[in-house]
Design a protein around this ligand. Structure first.
Ligand code: SAM
Ligand code: F3S
Length: 443
């Protein structure tokens, strides 16, 4: 049996794509996934280029893989994802050990690329964006546990001035509604109870509907999915504030299956910086959406993304970000120092802030969000949370799941509960998780 090793960097979309690579190669060549690179015949690297550091990792990692290739010359090495998409042929020229270069939209062609490199003994490269063809060429989804991801759209057409994604993943493309429903049905038949809808800009979803030729947006999709009886919870990530429509906000008021955690990247609280980033909203507009979301769903948890030290960011701009964090009560975030990405409009701006200042700002922001996160978590003590039991926890005898607001929660219970919704009373806040007491089934 041939073995496949995949190393994944970056976002959840990449995690999803990696699982699809494994499915495609199992169906075509019978590859079994291994966690041991030494045992692998085919090694794939799914890359991220959103920041320079992530991109550098590709080449340092490939340096390590050189030895593995030399030890077993028949081994095939492939690079996929955003760095592959950006570099194309140049990647195979720079790293001679690479046999396959493929992009996020061509991973379904891996079997053909593999045959091509085997017969020509030359690198096989395919980084095109062939419409939505990818999804038509993937095998039936395989459920691994009670919670599953379903990608509903690809790419991004927002072109924020700092971001490489529209160039590496292409423009927004939505899967037809019927395709999404078929994938969800198949997962539900395999025992899945929770679906996370995925997209680089998931609330820009506009899926073609059969029949009248209309389109389905994310709010409508959520209402349609909620009608599947065995589907207990719906999540989505990652969304854009400008696409957070009134009907999507309304869904939080009327659809209990929609989870209470929202990830809504804001990037900055300064209107001047938001304008330079071309984000398409002001701080006041962002806060207004959050206010209305909390009206619809009072226990809402809000996570966000921040970029610190965008060119010309002043102390005043940064203070506005800090004020916005308090006003919106952001309780978790991915926050990084700005990284200039070649080819993006912002890369031409002068980076005039010292690394020291950027690091201090990042530290202040992260400390404040951690405080709000701790306060939020402590507020959960004594409450009853409906949790989907996902797996056994690391501590023997304990099970693990997530609250509606997406916090990991561990509790004592029998493994037979995996795959069911249970009520848990939160008892304790630990560093990265909650601990609670099982009250009983929640259905
Ligand atoms: N669709 C999402 C939105 O509404 O913003 C963002 C998806 S983006 C791939 C993920 C995150 O990467 C962004 O929210 C941003 O914070 C971060 N990011 C993107 N480009 C960056 C850059 N050049 N430097 C630092 N962080 C960056
Ligand atoms: Fe990037 Fe902005 Fe799209 S951050 S993924 S261009 S919404």
């Amino acid at each position: 049996m041939s073995k496949l090793f995949i190393k994944t960097f970056g976002c959840q979309m990449n995690e999803y794509d990696s699982s699809k690579m494994a499915d495609v190669l199992k169906a075509s060549h019978g590859y079994e996934v291994t966690s041991d690179p030494e045992a692998a015949d085919l090694l794939l690297f799914n890359t991220c280029s959103v920041r320079e550091k992530a991109q550098e990792k590709v080449f340092s990692e490939l340096g390590k893989w050189k030895e593995w290739k030399e030890a077993k010359p028949g081994r095939v090495i492939g690079v996929g994802g955003c760095v592959a998409s950006q570099e194309g042929e140049a990647l195979a020229k720079r790293a001679r050990i690479v046999d396959l270069v493929f992009g996020p939209q061509t991973l379904h062609r891996l079997p053909q690329l593999l045959e091509q490199t085997r017969s020509t003994h030359r690198p096989a490269v395919d980084i095109r964006f062939p419409e939505i063809e990818k999804f038509d060429n993937l095998p039936e989804p395989r459920a691994e546990g009670p919670s599953a991801f379903v990608s509903i759209m690809e790419g991004c057409s927002k072109y924020c001035t700092f971001c490489i994604v529209p160039y590496t993943r292409g423009e927004e493309m939505s899967r037809p509604l019927d395709d999404v429903l078929a994938e969800v049905s198949s997962l539900l038949d395999q025992g899945v109870r929770e679906i996370t809808l995925l997209g680089q800009n998931v609330n820009a979803y506009r899926g073609a509907m059969a029949g009248d030729g209309g389109t389905c947006d994310l709010a409508l999709l959520i209402h349609i999915l909620a009608r599947f009886e065995t589907l207990g919870r719906i999540r989505f990530t990652t969304s854009h504030p400008a696409e957070f429509s009134d009907s999507l906000i309304e869904a939080y008021a009327v659809e209990p299956k929609l989870a209470s955690g929202v990830h809504l990247p804001v990037q900055s609280g300064s209107d001047r910086i938001l304008g330079m980033m071309k984000r398409g909203y002001t701080q006041a507009q962002y806060l207004d959406k959050i206010r209305r979301l909390r009206q619809a769903r009072p226990d809402l948890a809000l996570s966000s993304d921040f970029i610190i030290g965008f060119p010309s960011e002043t102390e005043e701009d940064f203070e506005q970000t800090m004020a916005m964090i308090d006003a919106a009560r952001v309780d978790a975030a991915y926050s990084f120092i700005y990284s200039a990405r070649p080819g993006t409009p912002a890369a031409n701006l002068r980076d005039n802030i010292s690394l020291d200042v950027k690091q201090q700002r990042l530290e202040r922001l992260q400390t404040r969000i951690r405080q709000i996160g701790d306060e939020y978590a402590r507020g959960l003590i004594g409450t009853t949370q409906k949790v989907l039991v996902e797996k056994t926890a690391r501590n023997p005898g304990q099970l693990s799941g997530k609250t509606p607001c997406n916090r990991p929660l561990n509790f004592d219970g029998p493994a037979s509960l995996i795959g069911q919704f249970v009520n848990i009373q939160v008892a304790e806040v630990l560093t990265n998780s909650l601990r609670g007491r099982l009250l009983g089934p929640a259905e």
